[in-house]
Write a protein that binds this ligand. Structure first.
Ligand code: NAD
Ligand code: USQ
Length: 383
């Protein structure tokens, strides 16, 4: 199968592109490298020293003999996108290519607008390009569990059956996202659903939870294939940040009480979930939604797990409750369904002491690259 990975220079995209290439898919990467630019603008950097995309792809070919075709450009530029698609002729598109940080989208008006234009226009362009030239292509789009927010009822996978005034229907699940970034994903979901209804396109929206970990079978093969690992207050995510903080003796930054609960998954499961979705495509006209996470944890529980694992390795780990820079419920009900990918064959890697040990040891290995000034959150929702 020919698969174009949009956003293939990023954290999830790079791991996925290599995973698919290793399993015999014919892979292309399309990316405008803007994430590297945003890091440079903010003065932050990945913990790990990632090679340039050209170098990475060339090294993968030298090592395995497998070629990954590269398209450097922006999906908000329709001419570029449409030419790249015609050249590569994908049977499936995996779309990771968005601005994905909630704090980045909440910096100010410019960053909120940039996030929504980049994400919503990029996805809309993909839908139009598919309609024009590749109506049978399967779109696998990365959404987020944060589209749902934290409702006081169970979270279903995309749709909910409601009885109202004696009538019954199955409707898109209500969305209450917590940032302009998370909102951009809701707008995407609506646009994709509409395109499937009117043009008969096929799409899978993967509402992914927070991803943790860095090594996959392929990115661990060689230092030059190493994946990015973000730890800063804008792009770093909860568990990865806690492990890196523990490695340098920085108190773990739990926002508020830490009882906020989210869905999480190992990056090794991200790449498998994409492969499973590709192998079991949505039908023509179908807008399918899977909740892509394997376990639910409160933020405080995660911090305490990292503290325990760190202490066992001789690290001095403290947990600090910081004033929450976000506006979010800290005490809430959270019970999300996640059976659809498991029914299709996902065998989860559950969070284990050995994973925490390896992430902690990995963080210690690169700790001289950490800029401590970038750890505390500087963006607030309240301004
Ligand atoms: P990332 O920032 O590491 O990678 C995104 C990539 O997309 C970058 O390489 C960037 O240059 C590229 N990109 C952005 N806008 C583009 C555009 N207009 N044209 C071409 N390329 C563009 O992000 P990630 O962590 O790998 O996340 C990938 C996707 O998965 C995102 O859509 C994100 O919302 C979703 N997701 C991520 C997580 C997580 O924990 N990392 C969790 C749930 C969902
Ligand atoms: N949090 C802390 N301390 C930290 C960082 C985060 O307490 O140092 C808390 C936040 O307040 C929040 C939770 O941890 O309640 C998750 O925050 P996060 O930064 O780990 O994740 P989030 O902002 O939700 O975004 C990340 C990815 C995004 C993806 C989302 C999946 O950046 O691309 O969509 O996870 S989900 O959370 O399921 O929506």
């Amino acid at each position: 199968m020919k698969v174009l990975v949009i956003g293939g220079d990023g954290y999830c995209g790079w791991a996925t592109a290599l995973h698919l290439s290793n399993r015999g898919y014919e892979v292309g990467i399309l990316d405008n490298l803007v994430r590297r630019h945003w890091d440079a603008q903010l003065g932050v950097d990945t913990l790990t020293p990632i090679a340039s995309i050209h170098h990475r792809v060339q090294h993968w070919q030298n090592l395995t003999g497998k070629k990954i075709e590269l398209f450097v450009g922006d999906i908000t530029d329709y001419d570029f996108l449409s030419k790249a698609l015609r050249q590569f002729a994908p049977e499936a598109i995996v779309h990771f290519g968005e601005q994905r940080s909630a704090p980045y989208s909440m910096i100010d008006r410019e960053h909120a607008v940039l996030t929504q234009v980049n994400n919503v226009v990029g996805t809309l362009n993909i839908l139009y390009a598919m309609k024009e030239d590749f109506p049978d292509c399967h779109l696998v789009k990365l959404g987020t569990m944060g589209e749902y927010g934290t409702p006081n009822i169970d979270i279903e996978e995309g749709y909910i059956t409601i009885e109202h005034n004696g009538r019954k229907d199955t409707l898109p699940y209500p969305k209450q996202p917590g940032s302009f970034y998370h909102l951009s994903k809701v707008h995407d979901s609506h646009n994709i659903h509409f395109a499937c209804r009117i043009w008969g396109l096929r799409a899978t929206d993967l509402n992914q939870g927070v991803v943790y970990g860095v090594l996959t079978e392929e990115t661990g093969m060689d230092e030059l294939l190493i994946n990015r690992l973000d730890y800063d207050g804008v792009f770093g995510t909860a568990l990865n940040r806690f492990c890196i903080q523990a490695a340098i003796g920085h108190p773990l930054t739990v926002y508020g009480k830490g009882s906020q609960t989210r869905g999480f998954l190992d990056i090794r499961d991200t790449v498998r979930c994409i492969e499973i979705s590709l192998n079991n495509p949505a039908s023509a006209g179908e807008f399918r939604v899977f909740n892509q996470f394997t376990e639910q944890f409160s933020i405080l529980d995660l911090a305490l797990m990292v503290k325990k694992a760190g202490s066992a390795l001789g690290l001095n780990v403290e947990v600090q409750n910081l004033a929450n820079p976000r506006v979010e419920l800290e005490e809430h009900y959270f019970n999300a369904k996640n059976t659809k990918l498991i029914d299709l064959g996902l065998q989860p890697h559950y969070l284990s002491e050995s994973l925490l040990d390896s992430l902690l040891n990995f963080s210690v290995k690169y700790k001289q690259r950490i800029d401590e000034q970038q750890i505390l959150p500087k963006v607030t929702w309240r301004k």
